[in-house]
Design a protein around this ligand. Structure first.
Ligand code: ADP
Ligand code: ZN
Ligand code: ZN
Length: 848
């Protein structure tokens, strides 16, 4: 066994750490080890085993946690590529790739230090003021903690707090004084992974079978252990329908079902809790090997097969091309550009099914908002137990469970959001990235990777095929297709030759002139809405801004109410009676006078989705209106409930932010009103036109997906802007051509790579000094072929208490840019600028 191992730890340092391997221990490359780091124990990934003694004294590995790698050589290689490309610490990359944090119980323990003993000793001396009656309460409590710890070793935080009744803040304060030492003990969980299983409870007094038919409940088979599992009749009588559904399903499945599977039933989550409280169901932990594949849940909502129709010629063509690329077992990139409603999803599912039939694996990436239960149901319908679905609603434990299923080869089809690109499938044949332009694929924290680009790299490394699908491809992907880096496939028509909706533009400046008032809903839109409501057709109205009013303005001094942590204005939320900052979440009372001058003339200006809903209620009191934005949607259930309500005709109108724009396939909607979607065009962001074009195209795509044709009324203040004009004409090619010209001219992607380097600090002078130092360093450093703009104050000059300055780097050569960025990080380290305060965002989506 080699003497040393290099370990990647999830800390913000661009290095790995060398540890000595104690005799008898056998860590593996790609496996986890527990090691001491600073005052803590941490788990990290072994990246190399070797015999080269390091310069400094090494500590020993505490424990090897895995016998086999958790990251195979492909994923290790991919992780190193990400660390290199995005200049991210490799340990933080691996942490992002592995959803296994749940396997470590974090526990913190405390012990008394020499200083602590000394303090206790001094305090104990007679006459010491520390213990006299005049001692403040807090000190007394501190001594209580010291007394307690002096007698014991390594007390767990919970026990210590239980015994001394102190708060975390106080312990933290004592640790700062070095009276006590804090240790983070992360212990590996038991080898066996556990899953929650619902078990039907037997009751004390079994009821004879004959009595059972009376109350109409079907017979419940005996439990596996031979006991009668039948709840007594009087209990059964008191069950409501949801509760009966659950009990009957459990019974039909043999009395035991993993809780996760029960979630697929059309029953509220709380029902299970109620039954557990009533003692009818018990939840137990079972080893994960507890097999679920034999369990059939008869009550799962039957869904139509996603393949009931004949594929169009274009769909068949795309399918054949993808199939051929997969069969070649070489890397291939394809861009599937299909207009909204052209049937892309069916193509994805069909290719994935082919791949599965060949015994190989595929991954489908979908945007955050695209993974609705409807999509999940389609996937289950086609792939049954072979699919693993990774979404943001999973708990850490559930995520880890899915990860293990995939790694064991039980699930060869994986669908999920951003991080599903790291799913540990073997024999990867195909990765599909749906809505590849979606910004949720970019992680806006370290490591700042883009899942689409990682997907392309992973496919390259694995000799697999990557399909990027979209109605509105990103400029980057479309450009790559034009340059023949990807094969371009088009689905130019909607299924069954349904027409794209007609788009009518309403110029809101003209509306103002004609009506003499600032309007939210134009006369044209109001008239069209009225018409649809009369015909019992459905309407969606988009306003891409949540809250009631986005600005509070003082008429006396002209100032607005700004967040105390950020240089942005606070938004008024009427129903929740508060002011909220949409950037940091800070909440304040609604002001009744100006914070600056005390004047009472404060006005609420502008309209958000909450106010829009109210206005529409006023105009159409008869209509049933729902709203979809981050204030009304707390979880996936809320989201789905609103869409279902629209789908089933329980709503006439749905108002909302961009959440309503993406991907839904609701046939009754014939009118889409766009009240505000062009705000971005006023921002200093070179992607504003692209984003606006995409949003307008997406939301227009919600209209006319059923039998009746759709219409879009597009209100705008930028009526001659090309993003608005091309979107209104459904002219993708025209938009791309124009936008590419602009990008070439301005040296923006796809013609240049860009990186945003952000320097931040809570102290303004620090942020200024650091960015000034780096600015001078950039000036005197040679960097041919790289443009460096800045330092400049970031467009949002203060965010979450940090003052922000930035540089923008542009270069046609990524390699050169990467080298310069690395040198800049080294310079920052040499100048003792903390690594966490210098953010390098390669291929940044936002320059704000
Ligand atoms: P996209 O993702 O391109 O917007 P979808 O895949 O959601 O489109 O398809 C739109 C609708 O058309 C879905 O309800 C889908 O089931 C249906 N569909 C797909 N292909 C066909 C086809 N060849 N014939 C009829 N309906 C189809
Ligand atoms: Zn004022
Ligand atoms: Zn804020």
């Amino acid at each position: 066994m080699p003497l040393f191992c290099d370990v990647a730890l999830a800390v913000p340092l661009d290095t790995v750490f060398t540890y000595a391997i104690p005799p008898g221990m056998e860590p593996v490359v790609g496996g986890r080890v527990l090691v001491p780091f600073r005052q803590q124990r941490m788990s990290g990934i072994v990246v190399e085993l070797h015999d080269r003694p390091p310069q400094v004294k090494t500590k020993k590995v505490i424990e090897a946690l895995d016998l086999a790698p958790v990251l195979d050589e492909h994923l290790l290689k991919l992780g190193k590529w990400i660390a290199d490309y995005y200049l991210a610490p490799v340990g933080e990359v691996f942490r992002t790739m592995l959803p296994l944090s749940a396997e470590f119980k974090r526990s913190i323990s405390y012990s008394i230090t020499d200083e602590g003993r000394m303090a206790l000793h001094l305090a104990g001396m007679s006459g010491s003021p520390a213990r006299s009656k005049r001692t403040p309460d807090e000190q007394l409590i501190e001594f209580r903690v010291l007394d307690y710890l002096a007698e014991r070793e390594n007390m767990r935080e919970e026990s210590l707090r239980g015994a001394t009744r102190v708060g975390k803040a106080l312990l933290a304060g004592m640790a700062r004084k070095r009276w006590i030492a804090r240790e983070d003990v992360s212990a590996a969980r038991d080898a066996a992974r556990l899953v929650k299983v619902a078990v039907l409870r037997s009751v004390e007094t079994p009821v004879p079978l004959a009595a059972e038919s009376d109350d109409g409940a079907p017979g419940v088979p005996a439990r596996l252990d031979g006991q009668d599992a039948r709840p007594s009749t009087n209990v059964a009588k008191k069950l409501n329908e949801n509760q009966r559904t659950l009990i009957e399903t459990l019974a039909a499945a043999g009395g035991m079902v993993p809780v996760e599977l029960l979630r697929g039933l059309d029953v509220p989550r709380t029902t299970l809790g109620t039954l557990v409280r009533r003692g009818l169901i018990e939840l137990i932990d079972e080893p994960q090997d507890f097999t679920t594949s034999g369990v059939k849940l008869s009550r799962l909502k039957p869904r139509q097969s996603p393949f009931e129709f004949e594929f169009s010629a274009a769909q068949k063509g795309a399918l054949a091309k993808i199939g051929a690329a997969v069969a070649s077992r070489k890397f291939g990139g394809l861009l599937l550009h299909g207009i909204t409603g052209s049937g892309k999803t069916a193509v994805y599912l069909a290719c994935m099914r082919e791949v599965l039939e060949q015994g190989r694996s595929s991954i489908l990436l979908v945007p955050e908002i695209g993974l609705t239960p409807a999509v999940a149901a389609d996937l289950h319908q086609v792939f049954g137990d072979e699919v693993a679905i990774l979404h943001s609603g999973l708990s850490d434990a559930e995520r880890a469970e899915q990860w293990h299923r995939i790694r064991r080869g039980e699930a060869r089809v994986v669908a999920g959001t951003r991080s599903a690109v790291f799913a540990p499938v073997s024999d990867l044949a195909l990765i599909i990235v749906d809505e590849e332009q979606d910004s949720s694929y970019k992680q806006e924290e370290t490591p700042r990777y883009h899942a689409r680009d990682v997907a392309v790299m992973r496919a390259k490394m694995a000799g697999a095929v990557v399909v990027l699908g979209s109605a509105t491809p990103s400029l980057e992907s479309y450009y790559n297709a034009k340059k023949n880096k990807y094969a371009l496939m088009e689905l130019p028509d909607r299924v069954e030759m349904r027409p794209l909706p007609e788009v009518e533009i309403v110029d809101m400046r003209q509306e103002f002139q004609e009506t003499g008032q600032e309007q939210v809903i134009s006369r044209k839109l109001a008239e069209e809405i009225r018409e649809r409501l009369e015909k019992k057709e459905q309407v969606m109205v988009l306003l891409n801004r949540r809250g009631y009013s986005p600005v509070v303005l003082c008429r006396a001094c002209g100032k607005t109410l700004q967040c105390k942590n950020c240089a942005v204005s606070m938004t008024h939320h009427k129903r929740e009676r508060k002011m909220e900052c949409h950037y940091c979440g800070h909440v304040e009372h609604i002001p009744d006078k100006c914070a600056h001058c005390g004047s009472e003339y404060v006005y609420f200006v502008g309209t958000g989705s909450e106010k829009l809903e109210e206005l529409l209620h006023g105009m159409f009191p008869q209509a049933r209106i729902g709203r979809l934005d981050r204030d009304t949607v707390r979880g996936r259930e809320d989201f789905e409930r609103a869409l279902n309500a629209l789908n089933e005709g329980a709503l006439d109108m749905l108002v909302g932010t961009q959440m309503i724009a993406k991907g839904h396939d609701i046939h009754g909607v014939t009118l889409v009103g766009v009240v505000g979607a062009d705000m971005a065009l006023g921002l200093p962001d070179f992607r504003a036109a692209e984003r606006t074009f995409q949003l307008l195209t997406q939301v227009a795509g919600r209209a006319g997906r059923g039998q009746s044709p759709g219409k879009v009324v597009l209100q705008t203040y930028f009526q001659e802007h090309y993003a608005v004009q091309f979107a209104a004409r459904h002219d993708f090619a025209g938009f791309y051509e124009k936008e590419l010209q602009f990008r070439a001219w301005m040296h923006y992607p796809p013609y240049s790579a860009i990186a945003n380097v952000l320097i931040r600090s809570e102290k303004l002078d620090e942020a200024l000094t650091w960015s000034g130092e780096l600015g001078r360093w950039f000036e005197k450093t040679r960097h041919e072929g790289i443009r460096v703009l800045g330092p400049a104050a970031a467009p949002i000059t203060r965010l979450k208490r940090d003052y922000r300055y930035h540089f923008i780097l542009k270069s046609p050569s990524r390699e050169k840019m990467n080298v310069l960025l690395r040198a800049m990080l080294a310079e920052a380290a040499a100048r003792k600028i903390p690594r966490t305060q210098v953010i390098v965002d390669v291929d940044a989506l936002w320059l704000m």
